[in-house]
Design a binder for this molecule. Structure first.
Ligand SMILES: [Zn+2]
Length: 291
């Protein structure tokens, strides 16, 4: 059995469990509808603390993070009647099961995700999928996140609905988890935040862009375009959790760019779309001691 499945349940067990949960969920939704109607009349109570994602952030960023990941604050997601009628919401239980099933299938199939899971295990931070990856409802502007306090990757079940997208989310966020495990990142330090975002954009997102792979430009231009993609993406990611002017975020990204762009661990190479790079990287992981 490959090392990455070495957690509390097998993929087959997980898929069987998700099937059972799917049936139980349908019954629970019927019961919940009746209960919700009664509960709607009762006064609502919000938890006072416990927002794990944002504990590591500056207090002025608290409201921003909370709005991106409402379930991190301990609030179960409650769609408004308007969104249920017109926005296709009210299916959160089913979405969660579909999302979890996709996560398990990607952990089984994706070489890129398996490289990261193996690297985390070899670094002493083994991932138990049920414990460390959580499907949740998020704000529509994000598809995933990493919560350093609970050491959990969030996959946004309402915005990351397809396996290709979920693979991208898992790769990006597992790079943050790897950096947190390996480097003891301090996310209150904007330079640390910028560095891990540069690495995630470099290894996960920008390497799949067509400009990088098929661009009509010369190799020099492709290299420049790739670097610019990483800088822009990292700047946007810093701005997603920090309230600061865009120029300031870009300056921080520039200040650590060379060092963090050159650090290709644990994948070892930039992956070009349509190439053999993922398979090569998967084979090479043995040289880095990741299996
Ligand atoms: Zn990120």
């Amino acid at each position: 059995m490959p090392t990455w499945v070495d957690c509390s349940e097998s993929v087959e067990e997980a898929l069987a469990r998700l099937d059972a949960e799917s049936k139980a969920n349908a019954a629970a939704r019927m019961a919940k509808k009746a209960a919700d109607a009664a509960a709607a009349a009762a006064p609502k109570q919000r938890p006072l603390s416990g927002n794990a994602l944002i504990d590591a952030m500056k207090s002025e960023d608290l409201a921003k993070c909370r709005s991106l990941y409402p379930e991190r604050g301990g609030d179960p997601y409650k769609p408004s009647w308007w969104n249920i009628m017109f926005g296709g919401e009210g299916r959160e239980g089913l979405d969660k099961i579909k999302c979890e099933r996709n996560v398990w299938q990607i952990a089984k199939k994706s070489h890129l995700v398996r490289i990261l899971l193996d690297a985390l295990k070899a670094s002493g931070c083994e991932v138990d999928i049920r414990r460390h990856i959580s499907c949740e409802v998020c704000d529509h502007s994000v598809t995933g996140g990493y919560d350093p306090i609970l050491n959990q990757v969030v996959v946004c079940q309402n915005t990351a609905r397809y396996q290709g997208l979920i693979q991208g989310v898992l790769t990006h966020e597992l790079i943050h988890m790897f950096d947190y495990c390996r480097n003891k990142m301090d996310l209150t330090d904007a330079k640390h935040l910028a560095c891990t975002e540069i690495r995630a954009a470099n290894l996960a997102h920008c390497s799949f862009l067509s400009a990088w792979t098929y661009g009509s430009a010369s190799p020099f231009n492709i290299k420049q375009r790739h670097q610019e993609c990483v800088k822009q993406r990292a700047t946007d990611s810093v701005l997603a959790v920090r309230d600061m002017p865009k120029e300031e975020a870009r300056e921080i990204v520039e200040s650590v760019f060379d060092k963090c762009y050159g650090d290709l661990e644990p994948i070892g190479r930039r992956i070009r779309r349509g190439s053999d790079d993922i398979r090569k990287a998967y084979k090479e992981r043995v040289y880095y001691g990741y299996i």
